[in-house]
Each structure stands twice: as structure tokens, then as C-alpha cells.
Write a protein that binds this ligand. Structure first.
Ligand code: FAD
Length: 478
């Protein structure tokens, strides 16, 4: 009665219904399948930074399974062949997995369920990645939600299933099956752009739990306001752990509620934090109901927007060399750590699509490659939100002023000084706008514009006017 448990975006042992139900049946073989985009049909594959995380997360899961007397068997795709191979080697009579919601994953899993079900295997899937399935929440008239607030109100009206504890059971090893993790070359070597990342991050279930605990006791107080400050440690940084399923939203929900029950003064901050988990749920709801979200403007009128084409501007943005310190700090934080604070993500995204008038899909692709938390649902929904083309999106005409955003959310300049050290000696007054500093101030700070730090690649007022002019085409098409 062996069950194959196919781990995917649920790389944990606790609150893992596919695994718990498999242990209830009998012996379990835990497997992971590495598929190429061609094999999985994934048109928006996760690449660079995500691969680094995946490598370390699989390693952590294998170590956790080893403590229970088993191991993680890693197989090469396509999934169908890998599953066949594992069924043959073990005589498994069941396959369990927790659901994924990316369109290619839904198509693949549907096919595999039929294929192995037809052969008499018991194939079962479970919800482990969301508080509520995307099809469980509906508007009063019966369709999907397109606006966040009523969506989240509907979600809050439903009970959240309590998380399952980690279960133990019999694991089988299937000697000879699978390939070593190193075979898949998921980590960079030349150059090793991820050097030092293990000092910043602890991929795996233990790292996720420790981070949540530390955030609740150290970062939650004041989260409602301070979550906007990239210079302060008041966000959880749980996003890569959530993407890879090392912790579940149900676990976060239960732990946060428990913590705020014990510390009632933090109830509001706790609600705000859970409402951000709600934005993640909303992104998945949108992706499930509108599978074109990663590729097409959700509002078709935006097809008429006259995007520019400039490889040089795109490169300046990617490298953090736009001449606007807050934008550059964000892009450099991303490159150096695989993460960027949400407030700064909104600013750099707005800068790309509005100041530079480059298509949001360029930004989506760059984030997908460089973010450790790159997530099809969150990334595409967020890019479309900033652009104005998405569901319940920020209006296009709200254009972030990069200098003002810096002054407001990095008031002492700690964030900019950290990521743009060449500006560190500028006084606060000019830190977010070095191009406005008098020559003697620049000289005293050792800044030579155009040499040690770029001049702005666009003028804010002119860029704003051009962006609004471009928007006229969308208004006409709408
Ligand atoms: P916290 O503030 O601690 O929030 C807790 C969790 O809530 C996050 O881990 C995340 O899962 C969820 N969350 C928070 N804010 C949002 C949001 N606005 N939308 C959806 N979920 C949210 N998030 C990703 O996980 N992957 C992405 O690829 C991604 N791309 C983005 C692209 C752009 C242009 C923008 C503006 C935002 C993007 N986000 C993405 C959303 C958000 O920036 C990150 O989830 C958040 O910064 C992660 O940091 P944290 O875990 O410290 O957040």
C-alpha cells in the first residue's frame, strides 16, 4: 500500500495534507521532480534566484526526511515518466500531491490524475497552499472577485482550517532510484552571484518557522505603519518560504491569531499582516480565474498604450543606475539579496512603466529571474496592479515621485546609504535628489554626477507628462 508523495510547492512536513493522508494509508516514498519548462509546459518559468532557493530547500527537506529514516528521491522530468518510474520501482498504489495553481500545473496535473487513475491508482490532491481554494469564494452574483476588499471580507467570513501537526510514519528509501541534487545544477558557480546568501536566508521549514516566530515577537508591533519603511525590520521576509511552501498560510494564520490573542494590543497589526496574506490569496484567485494574467493586460484597453522600446533604459533600471537613489537602492537590494521591500517594489515598478514607459512584462521577467520569492500569481498581479492594467489596480495617473517617496519612506536615508554607498556622505537634504545639490555639496561628499553616480536618465516632470499623454490612448481604447 505504498503511496508516492509528490512534493512541489509544499516543501515541508507539518500541515502537509498530502503527506499526512499518505502516512494514514501506509509506507510513503517522498519524491520531487525537476522538470524543464518544455516538459512542464511552463511559459513563465522561475529561473536564477528561485533555483538557488529550490536547491537549498530540497536539501533541507531531505535532511528533515532523513531524521525520520527516509530520504527525498529527486527525479528528472517529464513528470509522467518520473511518476511511472517511481510507481514501477515501488509498486505504489497511490499518488498524493498538494495543489498548484499555475495554469500549466493545473493542465499537467489534470492530465496525470486521469492517466494514473485510469491505471487503477488512487490519485488524490489537497489544498496546502491557500487559506481557501480559489473556487470557494464567489461574489453574490456567482462570479470571481475582481476587487480586493469584498474578496477579503468574504474570505474572513469563512473559517480557516487549523493546520495539521507534523505526522510521522513509515518512509521507504527506494535505493537506486533518483539522482543527486547536484546533478540538476540549480546553484550558480561562475560567477556565484548568490555568494553569502546563506548568511541572509535559511531556506527550509525550520528557517521559515524561526522567521515567523522572530517576526511576531520582534516585527509585528507597529507593522501597520512601519511595513512601509524599507529602512526598518518590520516586514516578515516570509515570501520565499511561502512561495516554496516551507510554511503554509494556515500556519501563519493560526500563529498570528494565537500571538495577538496573547498580546491584544497587537490585534490591529496582526489583522493588517493577515490582510497582506489576503493579497496573496487574491493574486491566486485572479490567476486561477484569469489564467492569461501573466501574459496579457487584464484590462484590454491597455493594449493601446504606446510603450517605448529602450534596451539602454531597461539596463539602467535593472542595474540600479537610473540616477534616482531610491529606485537604484531598490534594484541593487534585489540584485544583492534576492529580495526587495514591497514599498520599493511599487516605486521601481512604477518608475519602469511610467517614467520610462517600458512594458510591465519586462519588469515581470526581471523580477521573475532575480527575486527569491518570484511567484507567478503575486508577480503578475502586482505588476498589473502598479501599471493600472490589473484588477482593482492603482489608477494609472497615480505616478510615484521617486524623490518624494525616498524622503517619506527613508527619512534618514539609511536605506539609500546602504545600497548606494557612493552617495553616503551627501547630507540628508540632498540624498534623495543628488542632482539638486549645489556643486560645493557634491564636492564635499565626493560625488561627481555622471561619473561616480549617474545623472537622472529622465526628468521627473517631463516623464510624468509623457506618461499621462500615453495614457490618453488607453482612455480612448477603453
Ligand atoms: P510581509 O509584509 O511580511 O507580508 C507577508 C506576506 O504577505 C508576504 O510574504 C506575501 O506572501 C504576502 N504579501 C505581502 N504583500 C503582498 C502583495 N502586495 N501582494 C501579494 N502578496 C503579498 N510577492 C511575491 O511573493 N512574489 C513576487 O514575485 C512578487 N512580485 C511583486 C512585484 C511587484 C511589482 C510588487 C509591487 C510586489 C510584488 N510582490 C511579490 C508582493 C510583495 O512585494 C511581497 O510579497 C512582499 O514584499 C514580500 O515581503 P515580506 O514577506 O517581507 O512581506
Amino acid at each position: 500500500m505504498t503511496t508516492l508523495v509528490w512534493f512541489r510547492q509544499d516543501l515541508r512536513l507539518a500541515d502537509n495534507p498530502a503527506l499526512a493522508e499518505a502516512f494514514a494509508r501506509g509506507p510513503v516514498l517522498p519524491i520531487y521532480i525537476v522538470e524543464t519548462p518544455e516538459q512542464s509546459g511552463d511559459t513563465h518559468p522561475m529561473t536564477g534566484a528561485s533555483h538557488w532557493w529550490l536547491h537549498h530547500s530540497l536539501k533541507a527537506l531531505d535532511a528533515d526526511l532523513a531524521r525520520m529514516g527516509g530520504r527525498l528521491v529527486i527525479l528528472e522530468g517529464p513528470a509522467e515518466t518520473a511518476l511511472e518510474q517511481a510507481v514501477r520501482a515501488t509498486g505504489a498504489t497511490a499518488i498524493h500531491w498538494n495543489r498548484c495553481y499555475e495554469p500549466h500545473a493545473i493542465a499537467r496535473d489534470t492530465r496525470l490524475k486521469t492517466r494514473f487513475g485510469d491505471e487503477g491508482l488512487s490519485v488524490r490532491s489537497f489544498n496546502a497552499g491557500l487559506l481557501h481554494e480559489p473556487w470557494e469564494l464567489e461574489t453574490k452574483t456567482g462570479g470571481p472577485f475582481k476587487v480586493y476588499s469584498p474578496f477579503w471580507r468574504a474570505a474572513l467570513a469563512r473559517p480557516v482550517t487549523p493546520p495539521l501537526p507534523a505526522r510521522s510514519g513509515e518512509l521507504i528509501a527506494a535505493d537506486g532510484l533518483g539522482l543527486p541534487l547536484e546533478h540538476f545544477g540549480l546553484t550558480p558557480s561562475r560567477p556565484d552571484w548568490a555568494a553569502g546568501w546563506l548568511d541572509l536566508w535559511q531556506p527550509g521549514e525550520a528557517g521559515a518557522s524561526a522567521l515567523l516566530e522572530g517576526f511576531l515577537s520582534g516585527g509585528l508591533k507597529g507593522y501597520g505603519e512601519l511595513r512601509n519603511r524599507p529602512d526598518l525590520p518590520n516586514v516578515s521576509r516570509l515570501s520565499p518560504h511561502l512561495h516554496f511552501g516551507e510554511i503554509s498560510p494556515r500556519q501563519i494564520w493560526a500563529a498570528t491569531r494565537l500571538y495577538t490573542d496573547l498580546h491584544p494590543g497587537l490585534a490591529k497589526d496582526g489583522d493588517k499582516f493577515l490582510s497582506e496574506i489576503g493579497w496573496r490569496e487574491f493574486s491566486y484567485h485572479l490567476l486561477y480565474h484569469f489564467p492569461d494574467l501573466p501574459a496579457k493586460n487584464w484590462k484590454p484597453a491597455f493594449d493601446a498604450y504606446p510603450w517605448r522600446d529602450s534596451a539602454a533604459d531597461l539596463k539602467a533600471w535593472q542595474r540600479g543606475m537610473t540616477g534616482y537613489p531610491m529606485v537604484d537602492a531598490g534594484m541593487r537590494e534585489l540584485w544583492a539579496t534576492g529580495y526587495m521591500h514591497n514599498r520599493v517594489r511599487m516605486l521601481v515598478a512604477s518608475f519602469l512603466v511610467k517614467h520610462l514607459r517600458l512594458d510591465w512584462r519586462h519588469g515581470e521577467a526581471w523580477f521573475r529571474d532575480t527575486l527569491l520569492d518570484a511567484d507567478l500569481a503575486n508577480n503578475s498581479a502586482s505588476w498589473q496592479w502598479v501599471t493600472g492594467s490589473g484588477a482593482d489596480a492603482a489608477p494609472y495617473f497615480r505616478i510615484f515621485a521617486p524623490v518624494g517617496q525616498g524622503q517619506k519612506f527613508d527619512p534618514q536615508g539609511d536605506y539609500v546609504r546602504r545600497w548606494c554607498p557612493e552617495l553616503a556622505r551627501l547630507p540628508d537634504e540632498f540624498l534623495h535628489a543628488p542632482f539638486e545639490a549645489p556643486d560645493r555639496v557634491l564636492k564635499a561628499a565626493g560625488v561627481v554626477l555622471g561619473k561616480t553616480y549617474p545623472r537622472p536618465i529622465v526628468d521627473h516632470a517631463a516623464a510624468r507628462a509623457a506618461a499621462l499623454a500615453g495614457y490618453e490612448a488607453v482612455k480612448e481604447a477603453g
